[in-house]
Design a protein around this ligand. Structure first.
Ligand code: LLP
Length: 437
């Protein structure tokens, strides 16, 4: 959980006075702490990469990706997981080393696959046979051999929201663990001239706190590896176990250190492989939320304070669902503090309402705050993952700026959108103009 440092009643985040940040950059404002991001990356290094042999960690860019983020990830020695042409393009433009990129996606288009081939991405994670065939054709045409993993769905269900649970059998992700189907896929990959199959991938879900589902997932895939080795002579060199490690949002969450997950993952992989008589493959993890979630806050200016006598007090803020759709989508919970009154006693319970025309646009129900009034600054905590990356322009609300902070220094990494930006891609068809004449 983020340390709450207060100076003169103001909430300080990575050495920066949040009230001054809001004055300088406006609100709503995403603020990302470079120090927290880097310390998470270093925990990955210390407790996983440096501790175990033949392992790799890639940051799942879907949680938060900008060119600056690519630079930070690269300098910390992690690889990058991208899931679309747009994420890949961001990494390319940031000069990220392409051999350390893993390209995911359950329905990559031919154009996206081509982009990946052109840029020599390190691994393609193949979701289905159709994609395998497409990639073989594209790689052949480009005269390149590409390295791939097969994503499989191990039939394991974690305790999380159903929209972010992915490892179960009935899932749109991955190749089904039906032995006939998967054997056929592996045989095809082995036969294809421009494909080099390196191993298997699974991802069980997100915001997970239990490690036993990784145990089941790994044991299942090691059984699959054994079967492939014995039946068709395919030996997997890599086992990618995805991400999903949970973080703190509210007291209901009990986040664990990374070691809690990776020690179990490694011990399970070693034991299962030795029992199956297999060589331990390279083990890869893909944390996203765990790296950036607790590294971000969102600052909002309070507007209306509306009391419904005897029922509740709604506090309207100048953002909401467009910059943070998670409460509306997943019933996600957040904590927040009044950043300009961070030393004042909590004396009121209020509900933080976003500004969209939707009753579901409520950021936080029943938040304890000091006496709150228009003009106050609200800091919603732990918004670093899946907020900026999932932001929309619903109600034609321009997206906030993103500022990176570090030891009291601050710099914009994404400019705030303006109304012109909202219209930039718009055209009025010629035929309508003619009709008007
Ligand atoms: N690897 C793969 C293949 C994934 O699909 C994901 C997340 C990750 C890694 C990273 O998972 P993480 O470590 O961040 O849990 N929008 C949702 C989360 C969707 C996660 C999708 N896949 C949310 O806001 O909770």
């Amino acid at each position: 959980m983020m340390e709450r440092i207060v100076d003169g009643g103001r909430f300080i985040f990575d050495g920066c006075n949040t009230v001054k940040l809001a004055e300088k950059y406006g609100t709503p404002l995403y603020v990302m702490s470079e120090n927290i991001i880097r310390s998470r990356c270093r925990e990955v290094r210390g407790d996983f990469i440096d501790k175990y042999e033949n392992v790799r960690a890639v940051y799942a860019g879907k949680a938060f990706l900008t060119m600056t983020m690519c630079k930070i990830i690269e300098s910390e020695g992690l690889g990058l997981d991208v899931v679309s042409g747009g994420e890949l393009y961001t990494a390319v433009k940031a000069g990220f080393p392409m051999e350390n990129v893993i390209f995911h996606g359950n329905n990559k288009t031919p154009e996206e696959l081509q982009l990946g081939v052109n840029h020599n991405v390190g691994r393609f994670v193949i979701d289905n046979l159709y994609e395998l065939e497409l990639l073989q054709a594209i790689a052949k045409e480009s005269d390149k051999k590409v390295k791939v993993l097969f994503r499989v769905s191990p039939g394991v269900q974690g305790k999380t929201h159903k929209y972010i649970s992915t490892g179960q059998k009935d899932s749109k992700f991955g190749i089904s663990l039906d032995m006939e189907i998967i054997t056929d896929a592996v045989k095809k990959a082995m036969d294809y001239s421009h494909i080099e199959l390196k191993g298997f991938h699974f991802h069980l879900g997100s915001q997970l706190f239990e490690n036993h589902i990784y145990v089941t997932g790994i044991q299942t895939i090691v059984q699959l590896m054994k079967y492939m080795q014995e039946e068709i002579g395919f030996s997997a060199e890599e086992l990618n176990v995805g991400g999903g490690f949970g973080i703190y949002y509210t007291e209901a969450d009990q986040p664990k250190a990374l070691a809690f997950f990776v020690d179990t993952i490694m011990a399970t992989a070693k034991a299962a492989c030795s029992e199956a008589g297999l060589k331990l493959p390279q083990v890869i993890i893909e944390p996203g939320r765990w790296i950036v979630g607790e590294a971000g806050i969102t600052l909002y200016t309070v507007g209306v304070v509306k009391e419904i006598p005897g029922i509740r007090t709604y506090v309207g803020v100048d953002g909401g669902m467009p910059d943070n759709p998670r409460p509306a989508l997943y019933d996600a919970k957040y904590e927040a503090i009044v950043a300009n009154k961070a030393d004042q006693p909590l004396e009121q319970t209020v509900t933080i309402a976003g500004k969209c025309c939707e009753s579901g646009d409520i950021l936080i129900w029943d938040l304890q705050v000091p006496k709150i009034e228009p003009g106050d600054l609200l800091a919603v905590l732990h918004t670093g993952a899946y907020n900026y990356s999932m932001a929309s322009n619903y109600n034609r609300i321009p997206k906030p700026a993103v500022v990176l902070v570090s030891d009291g220094k601050a710099g914009v990494i994404v400019e705030r959108e303006n109304y012109e930006d909202l219209l930039r891609q718009e055209r009025i068809p010629q035929y309508l103009m003619k009709e008007e004449q």
